[in-house]
Structure formats: C-alpha cells, structure tokens
Write a protein that binds this ligand. Structure first.
Ligand SMILES: [Zn+2]
Ligand SMILES: [Zn+2]
Length: 338
C-alpha cells in the first residue's frame, strides 16, 4: 500500500482562501473563484460571484435570498452524507449544528482525512441538524470563543430569563438584538418552545430570512414585520432586530423598551454595558471553550488547524497538552456580530 500523502500537501491556504489542490476547489473562499464548497450561509463564508458552488440545498437557498438567484453561475446541492468524488478527492458534507444547512466538509485523499468544520456548535438547536462528529487526521476549526472564560448557557434558560423580565415589566416592549441569520430564528423557535404564542415582531432586515426558514419547514409561529403593525399591538411584546438596530434611530419608535442582546459575547459584562444592553442573553451558535476542547479530542485528529478567532490561545493550549496545532490566519472571517 502506498504511504499516505500528508494533508498539508493537498489542502492549504492560497490567495482566495483554503484550497484543495487535487480537487481544484476552495472552501469558503473570500473572493470569487471557479469552484467553491460553501459550509454555510453567513456572509464571511458564503460570498457571491463564484462560477460553481457546492453546498447543502439550504445553504444554496440562503445564498439566493441574500445575493440573488444568479449569485453563482451553477449550484450543486449535496445532502448530508452524500459522497461525491472530485478529481480523486472524496467530498462529503456532515452537519455542523451552527445554523440551518451548515455543514462540515469532509475530504478524503491520499489515505488521509481532513475535516473543515466551518463554524459549529454542540449545544441543542431546534432549527438545524445536530453536529455530527467525524474522526479525522486533520481537524480544521474556528476559535471564535477559544478562551476558558467563554461558557455559553443553554438557550432555554436564557429564554426563561427573557420571559421572566416580560412578566415583571408587562408594559415594556422587549427588543431583542440577534444576528439576522440563524440566531434570530433560533431565538424565536426557543421562545415558542417555552410556550409564548403571541405574535413576534420583526425588523425589516430579518424578515426575508425568517420567511425562508419557515419555507424550509422551521416552525416559528406567528411572526410579523414591525412595519405596518399597529404600535399598540406591539407594545409589551417581543421585537427581533439585528444587533446594530438596538442603538440606532429605528429603536426610538418603541417607548422605553427593554433592550436584550442574544450573543456569546454577553458573557463579558463590559460588552453588554458598552452597548447599553439591559438584558444580556448568553446564547451562541459557536462552540464554547469546553465544547471546543472536547470536540478536538473526540475527533482523534493528529493535527489541528485553526482558521479564525482566538487562534493563538487555542494553538498555545493544544501545544501544552501535546497536540500538533497551527494557525492558518485565513483572511475575511469576522465575528458575525455573534
Ligand atoms: Zn457562521
Ligand atoms: Zn464564521
């Protein structure tokens, strides 16, 4: 049997992003390329202008809503678990548990396996398929919350805090800042699961994606745009908005609202204070520190490559426990106002 070809010889950062050379495709490239495999619909991973895009059907649908039907010349959708071969590279998508349609890209070539996890989490999320652990030789991970201080709370408990606040202040509208793709819809779903069945109102910026989630069979109940609704009906209820809207002129239409922000960053009190958030909700769509460390161990990966976030902290920690790790320092990734 031929000896394995080490992953770094066929998968590496090139100018447009992480590149699989024998397959001649990029994963989540930050500029237009001939062939791209896209892990999920967030804008720092999915961009418009590629010639051919391969992704889950949900990610394709999200890209079309965000960037238009012709944001790529050709789309190939792949279901979780389907296996295809691209110039001798075996490609499979596995659920990442991050947002609807999010996938890890599993690549087999030359007797070695690399898993590009994109963004992922292990916590329960009723709006997407749970993360699937895939053992591999090289695990490529994000490090958004890669510091021991970051421990996210179960979303259910944070939603209970929200409902308690509403009960205590029934006159005040609760304005919830949440990232518009994924977090917003997850919060609505968890609020429904907690038994809240009144209409939930939406800032215009989150309407289209919320409708898409509903079209893709995520049950969100009665959701309505703020625009056109009677302010008397909204008063004392829940309004979802992008985080940026919490502090802008738009939010002034609500009389003395309680501002809440659903984010992993809310673990840091200073961040909540800085943004004038009255009710911080520690809900994240990324792994927290314990989940990250456990996941890396469970993959049995000999080597860990870190794409973005607190990469130095994670690489340092992994080295201290005897695991080979390096930072890829991919450009174009951001914190997604997560
Ligand atoms: Zn993401
Ligand atoms: Zn990301």
């Amino acid at each position: 049997m031929a000896s394995p070809i080490s992953v770094e010889r066929w998968l590496y950062p090139a100018e447009a992003g992480l590149y699989c050379a024998p397959g001649d495709f990029y994963i989540d490239p930050h500029r237009p390329v001939e062939r791209a495999v896209i892990t999920h619909g967030h804008s720092d991973h999915a961009r418009s202008g590629h010639r051919a895009v391969m992704a889950t059907s949900e990610t394709v649908a999200i890209m079309k809503v965000r960037y238009g039907e012709t944001c790529a010349c050709a789309f190939q959708s792949l279901a979780y678990g389907d296996i295809i071969t691209v110039n001798g590279v075996t490609v499979k998508l596995a659920p990442a548990g991050h947002i609807l349609g999010s996938a890890q890209v599993v690549l087999d070539y030359g007797g070695q396996r690399a898993v590009v996890s994109g963004d992922y989490k292990r916590a329960h999320d009723p709006t997407c398929t749970p993360f699937e652990l895939v053992s591999c030789d090289v695990f490529i991970t994000e490090a958004t919350f890669a510091l021991p201080v970051f421990r996210h709370e179960p979303a259910r408990g944070e939603v209970a805090k929200l409902l308690a606040s509403m009960a205590a202040e029934p006159e005040r509208t609760h304005l919830i800042g949440a990232y518009g793709l994924g977090k917003c819809q997850r919060m609505i779903r968890v609020i429904r699961d907690a038994g809240y069945d009144k209409p939930i109102y939406m800032h215009g910026a989150v309407v289209e994606l919320t409708k898409l989630y509903q079209a893709l069979c995520i049950e969100l109940g009665d959701v309505r745009p703020v625009a056109g609704a009677d302010p008397k009906d909204i008063a004392g209820g829940i309004v979802m908005c992008p985080p940026s809207a919490l502090g802008d002129r738009w939010s002034r239409r609500f009389n003395d609202p309680v501002t809440a922000f659903a984010s992993g960053w809310m673990r840091v009190r200073g961040r909540a204070r800085q943004r004038g958030v009255e009710l911080p909700l520690i809900v994240s769509d990324h792994v927290d520190w314990p989940e990250l460390i456990a996941t890396i161990a469970e993959t049995n990966a000999e080597e860990v490559w870190v794409t973005h976030g607190r990469d130095d902290a994670l690489v340092h920690h992994l080295a201290s426990v005897g695991r080979k790790a390096r930072a890829l320092a991919l450009v174009g990734r951001d914190e997604e106002a997560e």
